[in-house]
Design a protein around this ligand. Structure first.
Ligand code: NAP
Length: 294
């Protein structure tokens, strides 16, 4: 069994990005700028946004954080997004999800200029990605594809089972694994209504679990020599930890790991790669890699 070290891989990629940014600055280009909008005070979102700011520093990016109160109206948030769309200094921005219930999330996403949508969630990017056209790719799936590539894990012609069908993880992940230029695999997607989920998993060469159910994938669902990627990060109570909780993956690591050829840990697997992919997307936005700068 080999452990896929997302923390180390992400650190190496951030150094590569920093070297490229240094060259850009030396050649007279402006510093890439990522902005984040945080509405309300959700603990998980606060931590995630803080990590993004730290990652920006590591990559040599400028970062700005726009905080709005939980009772911010949809109109106020849309006005803020329009300002970011028009701000020439901002290369890319993210609106941290989930948003408070009174705000229509899809409406907000549709308002983001797709050329600055470094989270890859605007329909233009999701659609272009599905067609295999150059676009910003949702950060978590992009991070997983990058991990598979960096560890030289063969995917072409393999049977891959993706657990979960959310718009930000499951669906784009399955699309990437399917596409010839990325995974080139035979892909099955399972969700909460799938009747043959366990049987599908048992036949899989690669399992990507993104359902948010701690310890859901057990040893009896995994064949010998499989590659298991655990996206799940659920906070579970842990009296032994300082904070009183720990992050638990979707995979019952202790019993599944001995059967795997490769497996990602939680934490330290997919999580660090998500933020690192956001940095890659921001660099691409600053360079006008997918869409010409206006
Ligand atoms: P989500 O929007 O809640 O989607 C969960 C998906 O899992 C849904 O498609 C759901 O099926 C399916 N599902 C739920 N229970 C199931 C069950 N018992 N059997 C089969 N399928 C089941 O979640 P998400 O945003 O995709 O995130 C999934 C997990 O990944 C969460 O733990 C989240 O915290 C984590 N995550 C981690 C990162 C990272 O960077 N490490 C990034 C994003 C998300 P239905 O469609 O039928 O409801």
């Amino acid at each position: 069994m080999k452990l896929i070290d997302g923390k180390m891989t992400a650190a190496a990629i951030k150094e590569e990005i920093k070297a490229e940014v240094d060259q850009m600055i030396a050649s007279g280009m402006k510093r890439p700028h990522l902005a984040a909008v945080l509405v309300g005070h959700d603990g998980g979102s606060e931590a995630y946004v803080k990590n993004k700011v730290i990652a920006c520093e590591k990559c040599g990016f400028k970062s700005s954080l726009i905080r709005m109160e939980a009772d911010t109206s949809e109109e106020q948030l849309l006005a803020c997004i329009k300002q970011l769309n028009e701000d020439d200094d901002v290369d890319g921005f993210i609106v941290q999800l989930p948003l408070p219930k009174h705000i229509d999330e899809q409406h907000v996403i549709n308002t983001i200029d797709y050329r600055k949508d470094v989270d890859g969630i605007h329909p233009m990017n999701a659609g272009r990605m599905a067609l295999g056209l150059p676009s910003f790719i949702s950060a978590t799936p992009l991070g997983i594809i990058t991990l598979l590539q960096r560890y030289n894990i063969p995917t072409s012609g393999k049977k891959c089972v993706v657990l979960g069908r959310s718009n930000i993880v499951g669906k784009p992940m399955a699309q990437l694994m399917l596409q010839k230029q990325h995974g080139d695999a035979t892909v099955t997607i399972c969700h909460s209504h799938s009747k043959t989920l366990k049987e599908e998993c048992r036949q899989a060469d690669i399992i990507i679990a993104a359902i948010g159910r701690p310890n859901f994938v057990t040893a009896d669902m995994v064949k010998e020599g499989a590659v298991v990627i655990d996206v799940g990060t659920t906070r579970v109570e842990d009296p032994e930890s300082k904070s009183g909780y720990r992050l638990n993956g979707d995979v019952k690591f202790d019993e599944v790991a001995p059967k795997c050829e490769y497996i990602t840990p939680v934490p330290g697997g997919v999580g660090p790669m998500t933020i690192c992919s956001l940095m890659k997307n921001t660099l691409a936005a600053a360079k006008g890699e997918f869409y010409a700068k206006s």
